[in-house]
Design a protein around this ligand. Sequence first.
Ligand code: PEP
Ligand code: MG
Length: 324
Amino acid sequence: EMKKLVNFKEKLTTTQDGRQLSIEANIGNDNDLVAATNSSAEGIGLYRTEFLFLGKQHLPTEDEQFESYRKAVFRMNGRPTVFRTLDIGNDKQLNGIELPDEENPALGIRGIRVSLSADQLFRTQLRALIRASSYGEISIIFPMISTIHEYRRARKIYDEERAAMKRDGQNMGSVNLGVMIEVPSAALLADEFAKEVDVVSIGTNDLVQYIMAADRMDSRVADLYQQLNPAVLRILKYVVDAFHVEGKSVSICGEMASSRLAVPLLVGMGVDCFSMNSDSILKIRKLISQIDSKYAKKIVNDVITNAATSDEVVQKLNDFLDKI
Ligand code: PEP
Ligand code: MG
């Protein structure tokens, strides 16, 4: 099994019927970056920048951030790198920024809400990222976006920083700007977001939590945290279709992207890029090579039209996987 997986290192990510997809890595630190290139990631699909901030005595300076970002872009050597701006909340506290105590941190001040309320922190991070873009094309995505208005506010701040840096003669490359779709309100406005953003990544870890109203960290509701509930699948398909209408490719960076059961459905929906922890890359590349995307699409249509429960979906997927 291991020996066969190694063969997938040199290969592109291609379905059985020849559709070319890509598999990228989720990373949070330098070790993950090394693992990503060693396991033949086709890019960094999600750089969780909060790991540069956590467990530090002080907030990282612009220069310190720039060094880390530059290192990732440099090491990816032309392959795409998607940076997510700081995604913290009351559940992940930082030294150097005060967040209020909250009854319900998952619904409070986190992600882009923190960045928009801590202007200097946000601008510092954006400047570090813009500087890193002179070493290769990058994307910047904002986490926990609930409204178009938040995206426009974030983009305006980005535009201001970029313009100021340009006036100062700073080198910079092109940057794609976009959002994580991980809040149901954003998912259901995917057609509107698709008109305004350059790039998108679906964060299923949070999206499932908010669709199912089941805390992703709470084992008592783990049975309700159903990635394969038809409600989740309908929303995912809606999001993928909406971005494709605008000609924009769709990435998935939650755990579903590396789930053996979920991947056939995601391929069938037409997801273009799968971003995951590096140790899953070869396994999923192999699985994708065994999937006929046209057949997978039929399964998607079947479960979206006919399945009422997660169990029914799992049953159909197990039948499918047994045959490959
Ligand atoms: C997600 O929500 O799916 C995601 C990829 O981000 P995180 O797990 O860091 O919240
Ligand atoms: Mg998330």
